[in-house]
Design a protein around this ligand. Structure first.
Ligand code: ATP
Ligand code: MG
Length: 331
């Protein structure tokens, strides 16, 4: 059986891209016979500055969103990374087994550091923490977007390096690339860029918590082009094509069906149609999410229970690591 672990940063609210590209598939993964863990990776989110109160509320909101989307704490271990201290401890040991050159070459680091005047050390070493997240639970499969493939490769290399130095301990994880369904959703404001939580302009993304009128307004203002017909051409027409991809993901229609059904519609009219489909699709999720957020105590309990399950497993791995590395004598 597979052990599947995936994480999401509480850098903002869960958006349609996260949902269609990742979380919806996570819900399916927990239906099989696999061992499944989902982690709200708050330690990763502080690699760039976060306001403390906002971070806390985003963490709770992220947990609520995952549950509202159908992640089931009865089938998966759902937990908050910082509640399990072994993540940072293992990260330190793994960090001693890789090099600065190796980390400096990772594309995500290059991308995110380019926007910073002073680069935090945390941003630089964050793939090592990610490797610890994965290896701590002996995950065999890690659902990720394509932007994360090199990070899984690092985790897998670190597993091998550790095993070679200290004896067989870790399995090398492999990526599970999801999102063929939605692919990368793009920003509604800048359709050449991906929809993202941390993009300052919230008009580019649809949060799962957005009220119906907010969703309609965002689609109405979505950037398209000066051709009024509806057809798919992601290179020349990224805006309209993105709307069609969203449409396909929420209605289940194929791109051909969408194009045929939209004949005679202007892109302005089509935007409203997609907005309605999204509003309808999100309604039950939004309702469950609001419900969960009304009882933060209950939510906290769910996270604490998840942390207990995670801690028990993490402690086993960490104790083995300590002994092998020589931090603790043989018991
Ligand atoms: P941030 O801007 O803070 O990096 P993000 O929106 O990119 O936030 P992540 O927490 O980095 O979200 O990723 C969570 C999951 O959502 C990952 O599996 C990632 O591949 C997926 N994902 C993120 N953005 C998109 C998108 N635009 N379309 C499809 N999937 C996405
Ligand atoms: Mg991201």
């Amino acid at each position: 059986p597979r052990t599947i672990l995936s994480g999401i940063q509480p850098t903002g609210e869960l958006h349609l891209g996260n949902y269609l590209g990742a979380v919806r598939q996570w819900v399916q993964l927990q239906q099989g016979g696999d061992d499944v863990l989902f982690c709200v990776v708050d330690l990763h989110s502080i690699t760039l500055p976060q306001d403390p109160a906002t971070l806390h509320s985003h963490t709770l909101a992220m947990a609520a969103s995952l549950l509202a989307c159908g992640i089931d704490p009865g089938r998966a271990v759902v937990f908050q990374q910082s509640r399990v201290q072994e993540h940072t401890q293992l990260a330190w040991v793994l960090g001693c087994l890789t090099t600065m050159a190796r980390l400096g070459h990772l594309p995500q680091y290059k991308e995110k550091s380019a926007t910073q005047k002073e680069i935090p050390l945390g941003l630089y070493v964050y793939p090592v923490l990610q490797a610890a997240d994965i290896l701590l639970y002996h995950a065999t499969h890690v659902p990720v977007g394509e932007d994360q493939l090199q990070h899984i490769q690092l985790a897998s290399d670190l597993a091998r390096i550790f095993n070679k130095r200290f004896g067989q301990t870790f399995k090398a994880p492999q990526p599970l690339v999801l999102g063929q369904d939605a692919g990368r959703l793009r920003s509604l404001r800048q359709p050449t860029k991906k929809m993202s939580k941390s993009e300052p302009d919230a008009r580019g993304r649809v949060a799962l918590s957005d009220a119906p009128d907010v969703v309609r307004e965002k689609f109405k203002k979505a950037v398209t082009d000066f051709t009024t017909e509806v057809y798919y051409d992601p290179e020349a027409r990224p805006g309209v094509s993105n709307l069609m991809v969203i449409d396909r993901a929420v209605t289940g229609r194929t791109l051909e069906e969408i194009q045929a059904a939209s004949r005679g519609l202007t892109t302005a009219q089509y935007k409203l149609a997609v907005a309605e489909a999204v509003v309808e699709h999100l309604a039950p999720i939004r309702q469950r999410m609001n419900h969960l957020l009304q009882e933060p105590g209950h939510l906290d309990q769910i996270l604490e229970k998840g942390a207990e399950q995670a801690r028990e497993r993490a402690a086993k791995t960490w104790n083995a690591v300590r002994q092998k590395v020589g931090l603790l004598g043989k018991l």
